[in-house]
Design a protein around this ligand. Structure first.
Ligand code: B12
Ligand code: SF4
Ligand code: SF4
Length: 382
């Protein structure tokens, strides 16, 4: 049993049982400082995190929490990184040209399957779905450890997205995939591309004893001379290969940015109302093999794929809350989604939106009203 527990293969088996397609382990001691992490403080200092204050959090010593795991969890010796495919058969945003519709990013389409009693599918937030699976791995590890040595206290902590670590760096060193020029982790070994959610378990386990398994091997960079993502990004958010100024990214502008969207980006936002998939849609590693996920939490809610802009912009607050309860779209808030829909209407070239935009231009929310006026002007100039 002891060998089993020290085996990275055993951890991978537990992750696989929990439904993760990929799992790898990074030794924190063996790697020393991760060179990619030195970029993080620079990125923050340049203001490229925009209004995402949580990324700027510091520990009591004034160090950026996310620039090293030692800054938040000095007890951690290794990170188990798990990844799950969220791809589906549905089309890519770059193939959708219906001027009456907007685009919600692929990662936000989910809902539990219909129960069979006619009830609508329940929205699923990937944080909860991935964390639930990660906790199964964590619990199994803990319990197996207890069986060998009831005195042994293994410390573990699971994170999905919101934890104080730059997950992509650890994913790279865990062999999940390389960090592409679009800044996404891309998997080659199982040809899953970049449609992956990541989850991490910090552990006090030193897997250094396990010298039998192949682990702790960083994934090789396969971008080569390709620059498709950089060329396709409408707002030039990929300012250099591997570097994103988040303030320019449509995903940031539509999800994280409150209040006004700077005018210089509005026209480039196109039909995107929540997130953006363009730099992933054009990536050749996402064209090679599109494997649809088996995870039941990530089955697509058809009404969220290219929804009618009229519906999104005209929804009442109650309908918004009901439709998106527990879903990623809640993050942009009711006002944010209607604001984004107004911009997409302005970019649509579709004058059928004029009456609805005129109504929105009188909206009590001055921010929505201003974006609607911008959209009306844009449509009348075309
Ligand atoms: C903030 C955030 C965002 C921001 C900023 C994104 C960004 N690129 O920085 C916004 C809102 C724009 C965003 C968008 C998206 N996000 Co996001 N996001 C995060 C979050 C919470 C933190 C990321 C972060 O710290 N950014 C700071 C920058 C500096 O770090 P980084 O991009 O990760 O870069 C590091 C490495 O790339 C490294 N690096 C590696 N190689 C090289 C080479 C060179 C030369 C250099 C200089 C640097 C470098 O340097 C950086 C660290 O110093 C993570 C979860 C987490 N806790 O990590 C999810 C996360 C990165 N997001 C995720 C997803 C799914 C998305 C979206 C697809 C959602 C959408 N469709 O709208 C898009 C993808 C856009 C894109 N091209 O990245 C997934 C990524 C999965 C994957 N396969 O990579 C994560 C891991 C969440 C999760 N748990 O699954 N996101
Ligand atoms: S998500 Fe969209 S806006 Fe952001 S870097 Fe990729 S293509 Fe550019
Ligand atoms: S589009 Fe090309 S350069 Fe960009 S991440 Fe994919 S392979 Fe790398």
């Amino acid at each position: 049993m002891a060998e089993k527990l020290h085996s990275t293969e055993r951890v991978r088996a537990l992750a696989s049982q929990a439904g993760f397609e990929l799992c790898g382990i990074v030794s924190l001691s063996a790697n020393g400082d991760f060179p990619e992490l030195s970029y993080f403080p620079e990125w923050i200092a340049q203001g490229q995190a925009g209004e995402m204050e949580y990324l700027k959090a510091r520990n009591e010593q004034g160090e950026l929490k996310r620039s090293a795991i030692a800054n938040v969890a000095p007890w951690a010796k290794s990170v188990i990184v798990c990844a799950i495919n969220y791809n589906s058969e549905a089309p890519y945003s770059t193939k959708m040209n219906d001027s009456s519709r907007g685009w919600i990013s692929r990662y936000a389409w989910f809902g539990q399957k219909e129960s069979g009693n006619g009830s609508k599918p329940k929205a699923t937030d990937y944080h909860d779905a991935v964390l639930e699976r990660l906790r199964r791995v964590e619990a199994a590890l803990q319990s197996e450890w207890q069986q060998i040595d009831p005195q042994c206290r293994v410390q573990t902590r699971s994170y999905v997205d919101t934890g104080p670590l730059v997950e992509r760096v650890y994913a790279k060193y865990a062999g999940i995939g390389w960090v592409g020029k679009n800044t996404c982790v891309i998997n080659e070994s199982q040809q899953l591309g970049s449609w992956l959610f990541l989850g991490s378990i910090l552990t006090s386990i030193d897997f250094g004893a396990d010298d039998t398994a192949s682990w702790n091997i960083p994934a090789a960079d396969r971008c080569g001379t390709c620059t498709r993502c950089i060329d396709a990004c409408p707002t030039n958010a990929l300012i250099e290969p591997y570097k994103m100024d988040a303030r320019r990214c449509i995903s940031y502008l539509t999800i994280e940015k409150r209040g006004t969207i700077p005018e210089e980006f509005r026209s480039q936002m196109g039909h995107n109302v929540f997130g953006c998939d363009i730099c992933q849609d054009v990536c050749p590693w996402n064209q090679k093999r599109a494997t649809a996920t088996q995870a039941e939490e990530f089955q697509v809610r058809a009404e969220l794929v290219a929804p009618k802009l009229e519906w999104l912009a005209g929804m009442s607050r109650e309908e918004f809350n009901q439709t998106f309860r527990g879903a990623p779209l809640k993050r942009a808030k009711y006002e944010g989604i209607r604001r984004n829909a107004a911009v997409a209407m302005g970019n649509s070239g579709n004058r059928e939106f004029v009456p609805q935009l005129r109504e929105m231009a009188d909206d009590p929310d001055e921010n929505i009203a201003e974006h609607a006026r911008w959209a009306l002007e844009k449509l009348s100039a075309e």
